[in-house]
Design a protein around this ligand. Structure first.
Ligand code: NFE
Length: 544
């Protein structure tokens, strides 16, 4: 038995520590620790719902739009109103542009380097690289120029993020030509992320942290010129995702089929649904709401079944409260971090008392089981091409396939929504805002961020926030054990993961990155009035 630790996990946002027991070349136990300290919900006390839509976005620079929208939906629930169609479209487009940025970033720049070795690209034959790109149906680049740049980076010792770190050559499987293609597209991906954020900026005023989504609708007034600017970018992104990101996924996947064999989480999937259709019903969203239980049966979402356990987290708060009655009361334990006791700032959300995975795999499986035609087509054709079944997607490679297919689905929709908004903008009867029906009430915004199911709840009195609670996607995935000792989804997914070298647990990193964790989002601690807890967090592991 040996101990393997990844701390900090790099290429994510925030500070995450993964500690594993390894026996016989496999992970036999795992503890996932969120090590970041944050304050948010108390900041929202006594403010207006419109403030929450602005302030809550500051949780994260990667998924601020989802927080704006979940806060808006919570506010609209409290106000007793639903969105006008113009506002529905603007929100879908803003949310879509953020998803596209996030998904492209994740595949190429965050998890890509777990599979692609840019240094190996130096051995590529450029002519063969063009042949391979054409055979794979993926985008051509100036492969000779990229190779030359790589050579000069390496010669000058400037490899930086591309340096091999602790991953030796035998942990990578791609031929040099495919490494060169993927490295060229790594660089191209940066431009397409920028285009996606430009769409967010055009409709949202700026990015990150948009200015135009407020409870009741949007303050954005569509004009033909701005919609054309956004549409041009959306078409470029759609074409690049279809003709580069998807063929790259299908070209790289077969070299890592072993990643189909590990990384399964709890086998339960939750999605609150995202991108409203005209009905605005969660089950009819473009990515609908639903939960899949341990027997792979689909159910409607029941908010009352959500609870948060805190026995292994740095809180005094009572356990198993529904977030409508949730409290957050941080307390770092005297003895420091303890794997038998409290070992993370992350609470343990449970649905019907059980851990559930959140994220694109959950959304795509729910959409598939709800029979969304485009999703059924995408999943069936991809599993056929890869020669796998639907349950093989419950794996590391499955999460990659699910996120990238979802990226294509959203890229197509983004173009459709912008085209629709262009028509709506030309119609003077289109409405973008609804006044509150009342100013005392409560509402939950159950929505999705790129990383999964997102929940904001607020209770207001005379337009003033009395209570606010947030449960964020990564909190579901990196949650610790619960009262029954049942591990969180990422902890479960790590069990059985092959680790040949405890000092270089590349497959464990692949598991972790497959969830695209964001600890800035996941860990939420209310700042106590005294500020006392800042002292303890300077030494969060209790290291002497
Ligand atoms: Ni900081 Fe976030 C997303 C949210 S965390 S990125 O997506 O909410 O899971």
């Amino acid at each position: 038995m040996a101990r393997s630790v990844i701390d900090p996990v790099s290429r994510i946002e925030g500070h995450l520590r993964v500690e594993m027991e390894v026996s016989g070349g496999k992970v036999t136990d795992a503890w996932v620790t969120g090590g970041l300290f944050r304050g948010m919900e108390l900041i929202l006390q006594n403010r207006e719902p419109a403030d929450a839509a602005m302030i809550a976005q500051r949780i994260c620079g990667v998924c601020p739009i989802s927080h704006a929208h979940a806060a808006c939906f919570a506010g609209e629930g409290a106000y007793g109103i639903t969105l006008e169609n113009g506002a529905r479209l603007v929100r879908n487009i803003l949310e879509g542009s953020q998803f596209l940025h996030s998904h492209i970033l994740w595949f190429y720049n965050l998890t890509g380097l777990d599979y692609v070795d840019p240094t190996n690209a130096l051995s590529a034959n450029v002519a063969d690289t063009y042949d391979l790109a054409n055979a794979a149906g993926t985008g051509n680049s100036d492969f000779a120029a990229v190779k030359k740049h790589l050579e000069s980076f390496i010669k000058n010792g400037q490899l930086s993020i591309f340096s091999g770190n602790w991953f030796s050559r035998d942990t990578f499987n791609l031929p040099p030509e495919l490494d060169l293609i993927a490295t060229a597209h790594y660089l191209e991906a940066l431009q397409y992320q920028a285009k996606a954020s430009q769409i967010s900026g055009l409709l949202g005023g700026k990015m990150p942290h948009i200015m135009t989504s407020i409870p009741g609708g949007t303050t954005y007034v569509p004009t033909v010129e701005k919609i054309d600017d956004a549409l041009m970018r959306a078409i470029e992104i759609r074409d690049w995702v279809a003709n580069t990101l998807i063929p790259d996924t299908l070209a790289i996947g077969p070299y890592y089929t072993e990643a189909l064999g590990f990384g399964k989480g709890p086998g339960r999937y939750a999605a609150w649904g995202v991108f409203n259709s005209p009905s605005q019903k969660p089950n009819e969203r473009y990515l609908p709401a639903g939960v899949i239980d341990g027997k792979f049966k689909l159910h409607d979402v029941d908010e009352s079944l959500i609870t948060e356990y805190t026995g292994h987290s740095y809180y005094k708060t009572e356990s198993n409260l529904n977030p409508r009655h949730g409290l957050t009361d941080p307390e770092f334990p005297e003895g420091g971090r303890d794997l038998e006791g409290k070992y993370t700032w992350c609470k343990a959300p449970r649905y019907d008392g059980k851990p559930y995975e959140a994220g694109p795999l959950s959304r795509m499986l729910v959409a598939y089981m709800r029979g969304v035609p485009e999703i059924v087509k995408l999943i069936d054709s991809t599993t056929k091409t890869l020669g796998v079944g639907i349950h093989d997607l419950e794996s590391v490679l499955g999460r990659i396939v699910a996120r990238n297919l979802e990226c294509l689905y959203i890229a197509n929709l983004e173009v459709e929504w912008l085209t629709e908004l262009g028509k709506a903008a030309a119609d003077p009867s289109t409405k973008y805002f609804t006044e509150p029906a009342h100013e005392t009430g409560e509402g939950a915004g159950m929505w999705e961020a790129p990383r999964g199911a997102l929940y904001h709840f607020e209770r207001i009195k005379n337009n003033e926030i009395q209570d606010y609670q947030i449960i964020i996607p990564t909190t579901w995935n990196i949650s610790p054990r619960d009262a029954d000792g049942v591990k969180g989804p990422m902890e479960q997914a790590l069990i059985g993961c092959p680790v040949d070298d405890v000092e270089k647990p590349i497959n464990a990193l692949r598991v972790v990155h497959s969830f695209d964790p964001c600890v800035a989002c996941a860990v939420h601690v209310n700042e106590p009035a005294t500020g006392k807890h800042f002292e303890v967090v300077t030494n969060p592991w209790g290291v002497k």
